[in-house]
Ligand binder design. Structure first.
Ligand SMILES: Cc1ncc(COP(=O)(O)O)c(C=O)c1O
Length: 389
């Protein structure tokens, strides 16, 4: 008999009823060290006092008004994002998938308005842009698309970060290129800076728009506000979600004025996108994360964690092969089956998240205390020893 909750997830049995910083707690009081952070969502940890204050203060004022009216909290957050990024304008969504949909629409509309519609959007193997019909068509993997056809046409997948393949594929008819600067679901694979720079050049040469999907790797995850900043280039359109709401559903599409030129009144909308509650929390998250001192701490914590992880890999060569990633979007490339190691972690009360390419993702809150990093390393080591025994 089907469960009351549609069974589209293979869920672990733990049920968390409370959170504190990097810890998730079950009803019987068992504490799990949470290195998944809701898959890079709880960027400032569970039950962050500053975010609780922002949410409850707004909850006492007004929850929802519709985008038919001016929403001051939305305008404030948009201005903060514009101020700190390449973007001139922002549209708010409730999720990363909705951001993908708008990014695709915006890119197509741009070329339409320029008088020469272009269909083809280049994406990459191993990509993940969400679960809508458009987003699965972009990623193109059999796992995500099988049985859901006919798929939205106009996408072409290239081998991941293969610059020669990109050079051969991109033409004056290419609408856009969509890429995660660090693939999350694909296995914490960072696109080399040179490759991102090369992509920017190729898009410029051919008049194609460059779309970065920073839903998982953005909002301070890599130790810069946005991952592409490491490469010193900017996109035309960028998708953001997850960490920007710190746990409250919020996403955004950021764009240059030029890329957004087709998105005039009536071309797009959302009932909930950019509602006062989400934007009040988002503004507080931005205020905290977009601070240089905070990002400096992310980089320091990353170095500390990475050093310990390198030692873990060295002492368990039958389980682990390498450490991947940047900042606090880290991955352990496994030799043993990644899901077995994740399960062994559950027994040690530590939460990690499997990814493709036999990788375990480590996405702790960006403000994880040093002591919890040390505790995480101890528990990961215990999980590894239990598997070796
Ligand atoms: C890179 C990337 N893009 C898009 C999405 C989709 O976001 P959401 O699940 O909020 O719709 C995800 C979610 O994991 C993601 O990692």
């Amino acid at each position: 008999m089907i469960t009351p909750v549609l069974p589209t997830y293979n869920r672990a049995p733990m049920a968390f009823v409370k959170g504190e910083g990097a810890w998730a707690i079950t009803a019987d009081g068992t504490r799990y060290l949470d290195l998944g952070a809701g898959i890079a969502v709880n960027a400032l940890g569970h039950a962050n006092p500053a975010l609780i204050a922002a949410l409850t203060e707004q909850a006492g004022k007004i929850w929802h008004v519709s985008n038919l009216y001016t929403i001051p909290e939305q305008e404030k957050l948009a201005e903060m994002l514009v101020d700190k990024t390449f973007a001139d304008t922002v549209f708010f969504t409730n999720s990363g998938t909705e951001a993908a949909e708008l990014a695709i629409k915006m890119a197509r509309k741009y070329h339409y308005e320029k008088g020469a519609p272009r269909d083809e959007i280049i994406a990459f193997e191993g990509a993940f842009h969400g679960r809508s019909t458009g987003a699965i068509a972009a990623a193109g993997s059999e796992k995500m698309t099988k049985g859901f056809g006919p798929l939205m046409p106009g996408f072409r997948q290239l081998p991941w970060a293969d610059h020669d393949a990109i050079r051969a594929a991109i033409t004056d008819k290419t609408c856009a290129v969509i890429i995660e600067p660090v693939q999350g679901e694909g296995g914490i694979r960072k696109v080399p800076d040179q490759c991102l720079k090369g992509l920017r050049d190729l898009c410029d040469q051919h008049g194609a728009l460059l779309i970065f999907d920073e839903v998982q790797c953005g909002m301070g995850r890599t130790g810069k506000l946005f991952a592409h900043e490491w490469a010193g280039i900017t996109p035309d359109i960028m998708m953001v979600a997850k960490g920007i709401g710190g746990g409250f559903p919020l996403g955004a599409v950021l764009a240059t004025e030029e890329a957004a030129l087709g998105m005039v009144a009536g071309t797009h909308g959302s009932t909930y996108g950019g509602n006062p509650l989400a934007c009040a929390v988002g503004a507080k998250v931005m205020e905290i994360i977009a601070d240089d001192a905070f990002l400096g701490e992310v980089n320091r914590k990353s170095a500390l964690f990475r050093q310990g992880l390198e030692a873990l890999v060295a002492s368990h060569p039958k389980l682990f092969e390498a450490v991947r990633g940047e900042g606090l979007i880290l991955g352990l490339k496994c030799v043993a089956t990644n899901t077995d190691i994740v399960k062994a972690g559950y027994a040690q009360h530590i939460l990690t998240v499997p990814a493709a390419d036999n990788v375990i993702r480590l996405l702790p809150p960006l403000n994880i205390p040093d002591a919890d990093i040390a505790e995480a390393l101890t528990r990961l080591d215990a999980a590894a020893q239990s598997l070796e025994a």
